[in-house]
Design a protein around this ligand. Structure first.
Ligand SMILES: [Cu+2]
Length: 454
């Protein structure tokens, strides 16, 4: 059995042994065709892994990270299997096939998975979308097509060096030139499928991004997506025909807890058709009644409309959990109390200030103008340009002292280093503000107290 690697330099040298049809092409159309086939293998494995992983992750209410880990694991499993099956069918033993599949696919699948999952995370709403959702299929097609385009030159380069899928072909094929992948993997057919995926998926992704922009623009006061009433949100568990049904609302002990809820319509049916708002279909804010322990989470919805996420109810006391979402063009916030047993030691609200520490040398400074709040971030005294977070330069939650009324805050288009929000205070009073921004890939939270006079 030939296990020699075929670098371009020794290609000619091997011609004499009469196995010309086993030679790996090192350039031209034949090499490209082989690379397309090899990439299509990995693409199929990734697609099966991603769909199965997301179906399982969604059904079990897993986090993005756990779901992606499962999808990546399954992609490798299916990718290796697709390579191994024809070899096993040809009579090779598993012990002989396993190292070949490993050498042929590992690098290619790894590249593909990084690109594929990266794109899925970037497309707004893709990770929350269920399998019955056009956004999911659009984003997945788009992600896989992009992954194909990136992985193709990698495979082409590997094969030209006698590595990657070249390893498999050396062990296989009886004079068919190596194209033994079956009609599904014919280069032209694969390219046609990938192009279609790219165009169709790309269209869905573009439409979805526009949705997000429209939702953000609608917040800008012209009231296309006005809130149901002028009353602040979050004070009620039921409002305007929608009701929050959550569990658990009483814990056995403090700590991280799987928290689930549904939004029910007036007929008691779970709502499943949520619109994207600030890049997500559902935002969950958890905070203790004394405005400590702030958390901003993005739960995952299962097919029956149940949203689930892990909330860290770390200290005893009464907590408030807000579900912030948009249905039928209207933004809503419903709230429920969650009671955590133990010795409750309420902390006083910090004094009003215009600056706050965000950890690791980060500091946030606030400037207040009528109906607008502006923030600047510095690190070790030097100004910092923040990265986009949830489709804006930052995210702001404002809660009123006394009843934790939840203000709808609208990110404004702002340039440079300033993070700007439109805020309409429902009354005079003291408010606790939680600004979230992203820098160096990490989301940080700064909390400030603001006193608003009539
Ligand atoms: Cu959110």
């Amino acid at each position: 059995m030939e296990t020699t690697t075929h670098a371009p330099a020794d290609h000619e040298h091997h011609d004499h042994h009469g196995h010309h049809d086993h030679e790996m092409p090192t350039s031209g159309r034949a090499l490209s065709g082989l690379a397309v086939s090899a990439t299509a293998h990995c693409l199929t494995g990734c697609a099966i892994g991603e769909i199965t992983g997301l179906a399982i992750g969604t059904a079990l209410g897993w986090s993005d990270a756990a779901t992606i880990a499962l999808a990546v694991g399954l992609a490798f499993l299916f990718g290796y299997s697709l390579t191994s099956l024809p070899l096993l069918r040809a009579g090779m033993t598993l012990a002989a096939v396993a190292p070949i599949a490993f050498a042929a696919d590992t690098f290619s699948i790894a590249v593909m998975e990084i690109v594929d999952n990266g794109v899925m995370l970037l497309v707004p709403g893709a990770m929350e979308a269920g399998l019955g959702d056009a956004v999911f299929w659009g984003a997945l097609s788009f992600a896989l097509a992009v992954a194909f385009v990136v992985a193709f030159p990698v495979n082409r380069w590997l094969i030209s060096r006698g590595k990657g899928h070249a390893v498999m072909h050396e062990h296989h094929g009886d004079g068919d030139g190596g194209h033994d992948m079956g009609p599904m993997f014919h280069p032209r057919r694969v390219l046609a499928i990938v192009s279609t995926m790219f165009l169709a998926g790309g269209a869905v992704v573009v439409v979805n991004w526009d949705d997000e922009d429209a939702a953000m623009a609608g917040h800008g006061g012209t009231a296309q997506t006005a809130t149901a009433s002028d009353e602040p949100g979050g004070l009620a568990s039921a409002q305007d025909g929608l009701r929050l049904s959550a569990r658990p609302t009483r814990l056995a002990a403090p700590g991280r807890t799987a928290f689930s809820f549904q939004v029910l319509d007036d007929a008691g049916r779970p709502v499943r058709d949520f619109e994207i708002e600030s890049a997500r279909r559902m935002h969950v804010i958890a905070v203790r009644r004394d405005a400590t322990g702030f958390q901003h989470l993005h739960p995952r919805m299962s097919a029956d409309g149940t949203w689930t996420t892990a909330v860290d109810f770390r200290d005893p006391g009464a907590w408030r959990v807000f579900a912030d979402f948009q249905v039928d063009g209207e933004r809503r916030t419903l709230g429920t109390d969650v009671l955590v047993p133990g010795r409750f030691e309420p902390r006083p609200l910090p004094a009003p200030s215009t600056t706050a520490d965000a950890g690791d040398g980060y500091r946030v400074t606030m400037a207040s103008r009528p109906d607008e709040l502006h923030f600047e971030v510095t690190r070790d005294g030097r100004p910092v340009t923040v990265q986009p977070y949830l489709g804006a330069r930052g995210h702001l939650v404002a809660l009123r002292e006394g009843d934790l009324a939840y203000l709808h805050v609208h990110p404004e288009r702002s340039d440079g280093r300033e993070i700007a929000f439109g805020v309409e205070y429902p009354s005079a009073g003291t408010y606790r503000l939680f600004l979230q921004f992203r820098h160096d890939g990490r989301v940080r939270t700064a909390a400030l107290t603001q006193r608003v006079s009539g």
